[in-house]
Design a protein around this ligand. Structure first.
Ligand SMILES: CC(C)(COP(=O)(O)OP(=O)(O)OC[C@H]1O[C@@H](n2cnc3c(N)ncnc32)[C@H](O)[C@@H]1OP(=O)(O)O)[C@@H](O)C(=O)NCCC(=O)NCCS
Length: 378
């Protein structure tokens, strides 16, 4: 092997060509297929973003209509999946999502067909189903019954309807839609890389997505949004400013990480955080409770001053979802409800021009060759 040294965490290593997502971490630029995330957050729906990611262009009206119908058709879950969901012990939403997404493959006629058409059908189907899985799981956790999807509703509105059991108001729908747009893709983030590595073995789409879900769950990745809210609650809604300061400074002094801060790629503000901060503020104001937003802002100012670290996508989404009345255990699953669009777009791209992904390791173990010692002489 050539004299190449390993780079911890593959930092700055370019592992593939991709035409899906562009990030300039120094300028705080994020774009899907060349469209700036700020424009998408302002103007696009999640369904338009799905089309953009999967097909490479924004949909025309009839294309969007077709996609909306396909997603609506995908949303009702197979009955055995709901039964299986009821059999699982209550608890971690990501564990449930991982199991149930895997189980969906058993009821998918295209499960083992990796042709472009079948793979696309699975991308759409899994995107429709993922939202239903998370919403229905959320219902069951609070003792509610599953709610059938309403085909007349868009993806964000239907998700909130199936989760909360009532018709969501337009402000909440738009907030959820923007959150889905912002989380849809992010180049070779850890879970997307995991999904691409799996897909490159020519395994099936469900297996690749399950690899993505398992990877997203970690607190250094998508699991951070739930950790942020747990931290805010630990500090306490009515904590005075000096208690917030002491809590954050104490964590930093102990060299503990503050969830929701830092990023491998962005050296300036994560452009997604800009929108989530605003939405956290706007929803808090509307609900008549800006305490969580104010606490978040205070934490941001301390971490910026002490560590020069910016909030990432997971920081303000926490207070935003909390204000919307969403259970903390669903924050990371909601990330998956969106990121399934990006995972599947990357799987489609990988399959279109596939080569097995198989890097090397720099060996640091005992010298070769060691002398074999029989069991009774060791
Ligand atoms: C996102 C993250 C994993 C990127 O990690 P990375 O590029 O490997 O950076 P490192 O973990 O090596 O951190 C580099 C330095 O910044 C510090 N740092 C990074 N993120 C930090 C955080 N959230 N809080 C406190 N310190 C942090 C590290 O302690 C380290 O300091 P040191 O050089 O003094 O040891 C990291 O910033 C993190 O763990 N953040 C918290 C979890 C999170 O929010 N994840 C969601 C990401 S979207």
């Amino acid at each position: 092997m050539a004299d190449v040294k390993a780079k911890a965490g593959l930092e700055d290593i370019v592992a593939t060509d991709s035409s899906i997502c562009f990030i300039d971490g120094d300028r705080g630029v994020l774009s899907y297929r060349g469209y700036d995330i700020h424009d998408l957050a302002r103007f696009a729906t999640f369904e338009e973003v799905c089309h953009l990611l999967w097909h490479g262009h924004l949909p025309q009206k009839h294309e969007l209509g077709d996609l909306q119908s396909q997603l609506a058709a995908a949303r009702p879950l197979p009955e055995p999946i709901i039964r299986l969901m009821k059999m699982l012990p209550p608890g971690d939403g990501m564990d449930a999502l991982r199991t149930l997404t895997s189980a969906l493959a058993h009821y998918d006629a295209d499960a083992h067909d990796n042709s472009p058409r079948a793979s696309y059908r699975k991308a759409v189907r899994l995107t429709g189903q993922m939202a239903s899985l998370v919403a229905t799981w959320g219902r069951l956790q609070v003792g509610g019954g599953p709610i059938a999807p309403d085909p007349a509703l868009g993806h964000a509105a239907n998700f909130l309807y199936m989760l909360l059991g009532e018709r969501p108001d337009p402000v909440a729908v738009r907030a959820m839609d923007v959150a889905l747009v912002l989380h849809a893709d992010h180049e070779l983030n850890a879970s997307t890389f995991a999904a691409r590595v799996a897909a490159a073995t020519l395994t099936d789409m469900h297996s690749a997505v399950v690899a993505g879900i398992g990877t997203l769950k970690g607190p250094l990745h998508g699991g951070a949004n739930a950790e942020v809210m747990k931290m805010l609650l630990e500090i306490g809604e009515d904590a005075p400013p000096d208690r917030i300061d002491a809590f954050v400074r104490g964590k930093l002094a102990r060299k503990e990480k503050i969830s929701g801060f830092g990023h491998r790629v962005y050296t300036t503000e994560d452009p997604r955080a800009t929108h989530l901060r605003q939405m956290s503020h706007d929803l808090g104001k509307r609900a008549g409770n800006l305490k969580w937003f104010a606490m978040s802002e205070r934490i941001e100012s301390i971490v910026k001053a002490e560590k020069k670290l910016n909030p990432n996508v997971d920081f303000y989404s926490a207070s935003m979802y909390y204000t919307m009345g969403i259970a903390i255990d669903l924050y990371t699953p909601i990330f998956a409800v969106s990121r399934i669009s990006g995972w599947s777009a990357h799987v489609l791209e990988q399959l279109a021009n596939n080569r097995l992904i198989r890097p090397r390791a720099e060996y640091t173990g005992p010298a070769y060759p060691q002398t074999w010692v029989p069991l009774d002489q060791r």
